[in-house]
Design a binder for this molecule. Structure first.
Ligand code: UDP
Ligand code: MG
Length: 153
C-alpha cells in the first residue's frame, strides 16, 4: 500500500494558466487514475520561486526562470499514486518540448524550453521538499477514492 501513496508536486506554470490549459492538464492526471491530494491557485512570490528552484541558482537561465514563474498565477497541486513521481515525469515529457514525444504534455502543448507550461518533481526526495514548501500539512487531503480497487490489483 505504501508505494501507492507516493506523492508528487505538479505545478501548471503561468503560461499554462494564461493559455487555458489547466483543465486539459488536470484531466490527464485524473484520467490516469492518480488521486488529487491538494490544489492551490496562487500568485507565487519571488522568494518562494527562488527557493523552489534553489538547485538551479547558478544556471544562466535562473533569473529569467524566476521572472517567468512569477509573471502570473500558477496552479500548484499534489498528486498521489503508485510511482507517481516517475510516471508524472513521463507524462510531462522532456524539459525541452522539442525533445518531448507526442502524447506527453510538453510534447503536445508547448514549443520552447523557457515556456514549457508545467513543473513536476524529479525524485521522491524533491517531491517531499517541494510539497512542504508549497503546502501546509493540513492542506493535504486524505481520502480513499471509490475507484481505488478498479485502478489497483
Ligand atoms: N529551463 C530553461 N532553460 C534551460 C533549462 C531549463 O528555461 O535551458 C527552465 C524550464 O522552465 C525548466 C526549468 O527551468 O522546466 C527547470 O529546469 P529543470 O532542469 O529542473 O527541468 P524540469 O525538471 O522542469 O524538466
Ligand atoms: Mg526540475
Amino acid at each position: 500500500m505504501a508505494a501507492k501513496t507516493e506523492r508528487t508536486f505538479i505545478a501548471i506554470k503561468p503560461d499554462g494558466v494564461q493559455r487555458g490549459l489547466m483543465g486539459e492538464i488536470v484531466k490527464r492526471f485524473e484520467q490516469k487514475g492518480f488521486r488529487l491530494v491538494a490544489m492551490k491557485f496562487l500568485q507565487a512570490s519571488e522568494d518562494l520561486l527562488k527557493q523552489h528552484y534553489i538547485d538551479l541558482k547558478d544556471r544562466p537561465f535562473y533569473p529569467g526562470l524566476v521572472k517567468y514563474m512569477s509573471s502570473g498565477p500558477v496552479l500548484a497541486m499534489v498528486w498521489e499514486g503508485l510511482n507517481v513521481v516517475k510516471t508524472g515525469r513521463v507524462m510531462l515529457g522532456e524539459t525541452n518540448p522539442a525533445d518531448s514525444k507526442p502524447g506527453t504534455i510538453r510534447g503536445d502543448l508547448c514549443i520552447e524550453v523557457g515556456r514549457n507550461i508545467i513543473h513536476g518533481s524529479d525524485s521522491v526526495d524533491s517531491a517531499n521538499k517541494e510539497i512542504s514548501l508549497w503546502f501546509k500539512p493540513e492542506e493535504l487531503v486524505s481520502f480513499k477514492s471509490c475507484a481505488h480497487e478498479w485502478i489497483y490489483e
